[in-house]
Design a protein around this ligand. Structure first.
Ligand code: ADP
Ligand code: NI
Length: 220
């Protein structure tokens, strides 16, 4: 086994152990899917990419999510850096992975959140694909419950957030999260593959929302 493969395997074991019991939708299986999807997209996007960086960033992207650490955006990249230094990854590659993790998150409907490098765009797309479709629906409600959010309140309207601060502090329902983020992701995808998958999964979420509203007033 070469050194890079060994580092990937150790990282995988480290993340699996850390996130095995997460109940907020940021569990090991989410990371596993992002890792697999990112590798698939990388395969389709040509051979000039640093796949090692893509794999490490995918595996470490939710090692300490700001949403679960009082909004602290630095904790994820810092933890990832510590781990990668321990693994003797090169400084350039550590910086690249940490930059991807720092830039990956959605920041509000009116806020730019595009990854800066091709590798970053691929990991961002993979993470966003897993926020869509049946899995995306399950993760959204798991997260909402974990954070004490209401499922739905027709009197609270979705808000198109103009800053990351506003988006972070938002207290609305999980149904509103579909309008405030999930249904917007299709247009934000960076790669052709992700655009196609996002289109299919967004259609499914729209059907779910139709059914949800038809059941939601208790009249049938
Ligand atoms: P990001 O890096 O864009 O924050 P994550 O990989 O951390 O993406 O996962 C975000 C997922 O967490 C969302 O797709 C959704 O399932 C859930 N989530 C985040 N914010 C909310 C919210 N306000 N209400 C419901 N679910 C949310
Ligand atoms: Ni994620």
């Amino acid at each position: 086994m070469n050194n890079k493969k060994r580092i990937i395997n150790s990282t995988l074991r480290y993340v699996r152990k850390k996130l095995a019991h997460d109940s907020s939708g940021h569990d090991w299986w989410h990371v596993y899917r992002v890792w697999k999807i990112a590798k698939k997209i990388a395969n389709k996007e040509g051979d000039k990419l640093n796949v090692f960086v893509i794999e490490l960033a995918s595996l470490l992207h939710d090692i300490a999510d700001y949403k679960l650490h009082s909004g602290n955006e630095d904790i994820g990249p810092t933890k990832a850096r510590k781990w990668l230094e321990k693994m003797n990854v090169s400084v350039d590659e550590i910086n690249h992975v940490c930059k991807i993790i720092k830039d990956i998150s959605f920041r509000g409907a009116k806020v730019k959140s595009k990854a800066k490098t091709k590798e970053g765009m691929i990991v961002q797309d993979a993470d966003r694909i897993d926020a869509l479709g049946a899995l995306g629906i399950a993760r959204a409600f798991a997260y909402g419950g974990r954070m004490g959010k209401l499922i739905y309140d027709p009197s609270i309207k979705p808000v198109m957030h103009g800053s990351f601060e506003e988006y972070k502090n938002n207290k609305s329902s999980t149904i509103n999260h579909f309008y405030e983020k999930l249904l917007l992701l299709e247009k934000l995808m960076n790669t052709e593959y992700a655009k196609r998958i996002a289109r299919e999964r967004t259609m499914f979420m729209k059907k779910f929302l139709e059914e949800f509203y038809s059941e939601s007033d208790g009249s049938r």
